[in-house]
Ligand binder design. Sequence first.
Ligand code: SAM
Length: 269
Amino acid sequence: MASEKGGPLAVRAKRSLGQNFLVDRNIARRIVAALGAPNEGPVLEIGPGQGALTSILAETASRPILALEKDRELARLVKERYPQAGVVIGDGLSFAWEGLAGLPGIRLIGNLPYNVASPMLWEIVHRASGWNKAVFMVQYEVGRRIVAVPGNGEYGALSVWLQAFSTPRLLFKVPPQVFRPIPKIDSAVLSFVPRPPGERPRHPETLSRILATCFQKRRKQLKSILKMWMTESLPEEMSARGIPVTARPEDLSVSEFIWLGERIFGSSP
Ligand code: SAM
C-alpha cells in the first residue's frame, strides 16, 4: 500500500476502528501548529494510527508525548517509530480521563475515528480536568454541530454539552483526498479550550438528563416536553429567567439548559 504524499502505509486500515490515515504532511503540520506552545507541558495524542501527527509532534516538540491507541498493531508500530512517545493501548471511550488531573497543563490532540468521535469528546470534556487546550479532527458535519449556536438547526445536545465544558472553535475544513483510504466525507479541525472550573456545570448528570429529555423531542415546546415536571411555580421561574414555556429546545442557551437541568433533576431548587 502506498500513499501519495506521506510515504507508505505500513498497516492496512481497519474500517471498524474508523481508520482513515492522514497522508498530507502540510495538513498534519497545521493541526499540530493549532495546538500552540510546542514546548510547554505534555501532549496526549488520541489514536496516533501510523503516526501522521506523532511524527510532527516528535520533530517540533521537546515535551513528553503520550499516545492512546486501541489498535495493538498500530500501538506497536508507533512505539517502534517514535521511541520518545509513551504509547498506551486503550480505548478513548472508557479511558480514565480523570487521571489527566495528574498532568496539569496537558494538551490533547487527535484525528479522531469518525464512528466514535462524538461520544469520545462527550466523555473527555466532562471527565478530564487540568488540560490546557485540545485540537481534534472530526467529521465536518459533527464539527458544525459542535460549534452551532441556539436557533440553528444543527444546535443540539452535543453542542450544549461540549460548550458547557469548553469553548470550541472550528478552525478549518479538510478534504477527503488527504486520507487513505479516502473517506466519503469532509473533515474539520476544531480547537477546544476548557472553561474555568467555576463556569463548568456543577452537576453534569442533571445537564445530561435535561439534554436527553429535551432533544428527544426537539420540535416540541418545553411545556409539552416537561409536562410531567410542570409544577405550579416552574413556568414562573422559567419566565423570570427569560425561558418561555412555549420555547423549543433549540432556542435555549447553554446556561439556560444548565439551570433547567439543575432545577428539574437536581436535589435543590
Ligand atoms: N492519527 C492518525 C492519522 O491522522 O493518520 C490516525 C487517525 S484514524 C482517523 C483514528 C485512529 O484512532 C486510528 O489509529 C484508530 O485505530 C484509533 N482508534 C479507533 N478507535 C479508538 C478508540 N476507541 N480509542 C483509541 N483509539 C481509537
